[in-house]
Each structure stands twice: as C-alpha cells, then as structure tokens.
Design a protein around this ligand. Sequence first.
Ligand code: PEP
Length: 259
Amino acid sequence: EFVRRPLIAGNWKMNMDHVQGITLLQKLEWTLDDAKHDFKRVEVAVFPPFTDLRGVQTLVAGDDLDVVYGAQDLSPFDEGAYTGDISGQFLSRLGCSYVLVGHSERRSIHGESNEVVASKLAAALKHSLTPILCVGEGLEVRQSGEHVAFTVQQLRESLEGYPASAAEKLVVAYEPVWAIGTGEVAGPEDAQEMASALRAELVELFGEAAGESVRVLYGGSVKAANAAALMQEKDVDGLLVGGASLDAGEFANIVRFEK
Ligand code: PEP
C-alpha cells in the first residue's frame, strides 16, 4: 500500500498545439476510463503549453474529466509590465491545480537561479497552485559523486522562504539532467537514494509529519517498461514523464504501472 497517493504527471513541454492537445487529452481519458483506472488511487496530471490551457479547461469541465492539469512555468509577479510572462493568478483562474517550478530546461535555457525558483514557489502558493519543484544534477556532478549533496543543496536554496505551513502541499520532482530526454533512465536504486535524501532534508526543514507527507517524484526517460520498478521504491511517490506522455497509450500504461 502507498503511504502517499501516487502522482503520475505528463510534461508535454513545447509540444501539442491547442488542437492536438485536446485530442491527446481526450484519448488519454478514454483509455484510462476503458481500463477502469481508479483516479482516487493514482492521480493523473498533464502539463500542456500555456496556449492549450483554455481548451483543456473547457474539455475537463464540459466532459467532467478526472485528469487534472497545470502549467509548465509561472511568473513570480501577479501582473504588469512583464512581456511574455504568465501570472499564477491567470493559471489559477483557468482551473490549474499544479504548476511546474524550476524544471531543468527553465534553469538551463532561461537561466533560472534557485532564487528565482524560490520566488516562483511563493507566487504559486499565493495563487493556490500546488508547485512541483524540480531539482536534479547534471552529468558532471553525477560523475564526480557529489550528486546527493548538490541536489539537496538545490532543494534547500529553492525552498528559501517557503512557509512550513504549506509544506504538505509541496511536490518535489527529482530529475537528473543526464536522464532527461536521453533514454538513459536512473536505476530504481539511484532514484530511491535521492528521494530518501530529499525527504530527509524536507523533514529537517519542515518537521517529521510534513516531510513524510511530501510526494517525491522521479523524472527522466520514464516509459511504461520502467515505471513499475521505479514505483516499487519506498520514497518514490510518482513519476514526471516528458517524451512518453505525448503518446496516450504509453502514458496510460505508465499510469497503470500496477497492472
Ligand atoms: C521532463 O522533462 O520532465 C522529463 C522527464 O523528460 P523525459 O521523460 O522525456 O526524459
């Protein structure tokens, strides 16, 4: 039995325009309904591009879908002269439950520091969005053997100023950069090593009860074929899936990792 409700999250990245996105989400819901998936047991969330969110909201509300959704990023600010950015307030009004914060592609392509990530976490909380904080080391750090210390420090710095009162709301995703989109999946024992170290740090920061209630996901080249083994690990509470979430059948099989 799971101590924490598993979350399987699909990060579509910059794929699927607003028409393709609706088709994918409909197909996913049909597939899971056909398989009689128990959404209360295993939660399912998708992260489409911003331009898809209005359509996703309409579909989810109109057809009463069980899949929940969120955005891939948000601005630390509420509104104003921030050309090209999207506020947490807008996302919340579009019915988003979640928001990814500090994904490695935001950190590397857009230069987001831990400090920026911390300000985005605050914005997410302010607008009642559950943040999925992404952390993880690159290949050089992994090869140096410093991956645990590096990732734990990234977690600590990203959580600077994060209120203990909101700790139970937090979701953390461990995504080793060398495993993202490379086909190179971390072994279940590597995922467990990091998930348990991250949880120990969360317990230190927020106390036993809160630390034990935070869901820690693994992400990086997850497929249906490796999902069950990863989910077997004690501190791995879910999966953040990139490439494989673009195929409804494959993603549904990841969601149904127990079958
Ligand atoms: C991701 O970007 O969050 C991710 C895990 O990608 P992929 O599954 O394609 O490695």
